[in-house]
Every structure is written in C-alpha cells, then in structure tokens.
Design a protein around this ligand. Structure first.
Ligand code: ARG
Length: 471
C-alpha cells in the first residue's frame, strides 16, 4: 500500500478494503492526461510565484520525463499505488525529491480527476467525430453509386413502395449526421476547466484558473467549484450520444443481416467480415453485424449505470463517482470498435442489384401508384384504393402482378384503365416520379447529395483545422 493520506490514520486499512477502493487498475488509462494537467498546474503555480521558477522547472522536467518513459514503455505502472494520481506524484518525488512534494499545492484529487477524465473524454469525442465523418463519407460515395439501384422499401417488414439503395442509405446518412452534430454540441458544452476547484471550495492560493484553462485548451474555467468536482453530466451526455450511435448501427446491422440472409440475398458480406461454422461447412455468418447489434446493450448499460450512480449523490465529490470510469472506458472501446468495423464491412459489401430490383418488381410495391393512376383519371382516391385492392387479390389468385395483366383483364376490374397504365406502374416511373425533396427520385436525391457533400466538406475542413491546432 502506498497512499497519499497515511498521517491521520492510527491503524492499517483492511487489505481487501484498500484494494476494493483503489482505482489504479483502470484509471491508469489517464496517465497522459494526469501528466498534462499537472504540467499546466505547475506552470501556473510558477507564474503566480506560488512555486519558485526552479521548483516549477524541476517539476515540469520531471513530469515530462515520466511521460517520455511511459511512452517508451520503460515505466511500469504498479498496483501498489491507490490511483494514477498517487502513482505520478510518487514517481515524481522519487525522481526529483522535495520539489515534487509541492506539486499538489492548491489542488485536490477531486479537481484533478475531474480534469483528467474531461481531457480523456474530450479527445475521445473528437475521435468519435472523425469516425462518424469517415462513415458519412463512405455512405455518400455509395449513395452516388446507387442512385438507380431499385429496391423495395418496407413498412412492417412488408414490401411497401419501391425506393433506391441510395435513398435507403441516405436515411442512415441523416442519422449519423445528427450523431456527429450531437457530439459537437457535447464538446462545446463540456469544454470548461475544473482545475483550481480544489476539493470542493476552491483554494486560498492565488491561482490563475483562466491561465490553466487556456493552457489546456478549454473555453474558460468552470464557475462553481462544488459543481466542477461533482459534475458528470458530460459523461452522461457522451454515453447517451454513444448509445444513440449504437442504436443506429444496430438498426443498420439488423437490416444487413436480413439482406445477407439466404432468403433475401440482397447483399453479400465480404469474407473478411464473416466467419464460418465449426460443424456446418456451408455457413458464412454475419458475425460483425451481429456483434455490433449485440454490443449496443453494453453501451445502453453504461448509460443506465451512470445515471443510476449519479442520482442520489449529494454535493460535492463522493467516491461513488469513481464508478464512472470503467463503464465509460468500456463504452468508448465498444463504440470505437463498432464504428471502425462497421465502416469496413460496409465498404466491402457487395450489393446484388439484380436481386434487389427483382424483389422491388414483385410484391405489389406499385399498388399505390396504380391507385394514383386512377385518381389521375378522375376516380376518387377511396374508390381507387378499393379497385386496386381487388386487382391485387385477383393477381394473388393468378400468381401474377399488376403490370403482367392484359389490358382486357385490367379493364374488367375498371374500365378506366388505358394502355398508359403500364408505364405509370413501371418500377422506374414509381421511383422517378417521386421528386419532392427527401424522396427517392434521382433528381431529388442528387440535390440532397449535393447538400450533404457541402456539409461533409465543411466538416472535413473543420476537422483539419482542429488537428492542426493539435486538439
Ligand atoms: N479515484 C478517484 C476517482 O476516480 C479519484 C478521486 C479521489 N478523491 C477522493 N477524495 N478520494 O473518483
């Protein structure tokens, strides 16, 4: 046991209790953030003459050395320390001596951990944004390729009306675009620095909180020290946005699993993203899509878990909050893995245009258009609906479809039918006549693609600028 707080204690902590409350096994992930925050804190202490120039320099050099060794892999984080903060401080003191003991002046582990976690998650939000942009680019390219790949659109998983693959993929584009914007909102709202809040009530040292905040790339310091050390809203927001991304990925995965099934055969998932069976030689299973669907539960679980942890915590810091880490890290890993693999799977998936189109051509996806045709000839819609209903029943009996019937057969059901019915209910007409913005007709889709292209270009530009700022 190597803790920072032995002075007040007369007896040893129970070994299991100590181990139970220690967080080093998982907060070791925050090593780089802890060092970055500590350097900023020390630089500020020096500038405020709370540390001498030499002490500040020694500390900053010492911390940079620890970071370098950690990055090289020559520094092992050992479990004898309670948490990553104690570890860094202890290594620093062992390396530079007394100056190291001054680093914690005007700071508490409460504002320290609040900062470390914010730095970690802030960088992760930026990474999630990049992954989402990548997915959106992939989708947009596919949309451009499939403007005239006809397929059935479904409601209740029953064939409804024909659409195009571009249009279907475009629906997911919209979802992931909203996800990206959600991430950006969260980033903006969370980007305030808790450092300098101390344990809960600030400190008596003349800290320059604005300066540390600027050094660490925050918009400004947080404005209430009790809130700053106990705010986990941004984690809940991130987990909630991550849960929504997972929900979208899961819906898409479900469709891909259906499309890839023997019955549908709309797509073939590449070998690289499928696995086989140990007993059935013919099998090629869509494991990645299934796992993305399955792992959605983990991320929902993290969100529910943290919401529940936070709901009864009085101000300010309480140890319950340490529970925020493992589940957030797990959700982060899950989301990152799923977004990366899903995008790879999508890029390499083969779409069977012929099968999709044949499927769109049967199943009466043109029934609405047939009714609209009658409306165009002056039949009230309710009557047209009933006439086409009878027509569909007739076709089902005959094992046929509307456009395969002869004009005589059609006229028997309604004399209003003319030769132009065949063109009116062809697959192409059914799709291409739908031209209001947001509809699948090619001209409408092209306008949407243009809008989305501009959106993506702007986002890519912002991403470039962010990377060049080193954020
Ligand atoms: N490991 C702790 C956490 O993650 C760090 C803060 C400890 N603060 C304290 N007062 N024990 O929340």
């Amino acid at each position: 046991m190597a803790q920072l707080w032995g002075g007040r204690f007369a007896e040893e902590t129970d070994a299991f209790a100590y181990q139970f409350q220690a967080s080093i096994s998982f907060d070791r992930r925050l090593l780089l953030q802890d060092i970055e925050g500590s350097i900023a804190h020390a630089v500020m202490l020096g500038r405020q003459h709370i540390l001498s120039e030499e002490e500040k320099d020694e500390i900053v050099k010492g911390l940079a050395g620890i970071r370098e060794d950690a990055e090289k892999g020559t520094l092992q984080i050992t479990d004898e320390y309670e948490d990553i903060h104690s570890f860094v401080e202890a290594v620093l003191i062992s390396r530079i001596g007394d100056a190291g003991k001054k680093l914690h002046t005007g700071r508490s582990r409460n504002d320290q951990v609040a900062l470390d976690m914010k730095l970690y998650v802030r960088a992760e939000i930026a990474r999630t944004e990049s992954l989402l942009i990548n997915l959106l680019r992939t989708l947009l390219t596919m949309m451009e390729e499939h403007l005239d790949t006809y397929m059935p659109g479904f409601t209740h998983l029953q064939k409804a009306q024909p659409v195009t693959l571009a249009h279907h993929l475009g629906a997911y584009f919209e979802m992931f675009r909203r996800d990206l914007l959600r991430m950006k909102d969260i980033y903006r709202r969370m980007n305030y620095c808790p450092l300098g809040s101390g344990a809960l009530a600030g400190t008596t040292y003349p800290l320059d909180r604005g300066y540390t905040s600027a050094l660490l790339g925050f918009e400004g310091p947080t404005l209430n020290s009790m809130d700053a050390v106990s705010d986990r809203d941004y984690l809940i927001e991130y987990l909630s946005a991550a849960a929504i991304v997972m929900m979208h990925l899961s819906r898409f995965s479900e469709e891909i699993i259906i499309w890839n099934s023997n019955e549908y055969q709309f797509v073939e998932i590449a070998d690289a993203y499928s696995t086989g069976s140990s007993i059935m030689p013919q099998k090629k299973n869509p494991d990645i899509a299934e796992l993305v669907r399955g792992k959605t539960g983990r991320v929902y679980g993290a969100l529910m878990s943290l919401l529940t942890t936070m709901k009864g915590i009085p101000l300010a810091y309480n140890k319950d909050m340490q529970e925020d880490k493992e589940l957030t890290f797990d959700a982060i890993d899950t989301l990152r893995g799923c977004l990366t693999l899903f995008c790879g799977m999508l890029k390499t998936m083969r779409f069977r245009r012929d099968v999709m189109e044949a499927s769109a051509a049967n199943g009466f996806t043109n029934a609405t258009d047939a009714a609209d045709y009658l409306v165009g000839k002056g039949v009230p819609f309710r009557d047209a609906h009933s006439i086409i209903g009878r027509l569909v029943l007739y076709c089902i009996d005959k094992g046929s479809c509307i456009d395969a019937l002869s004009l005589e057969e059609l006229k028997e059901i309604s004399p209003v039918f003319e030769e132009d019915i065949y063109d009116a209910v062809s697959l192409k007409t059914c799709v291409e006549k739908r031209l209001t913005i947001g509809a699948p007709g090619q001209e409408a889709m092209k306008r949407v693609i243009q809008i989305n292209k501009k959106f993506l270009q702007e986002e890519l530009q912002k991403e470039k600028e962010r990377i060049s700022r080193g954020e």
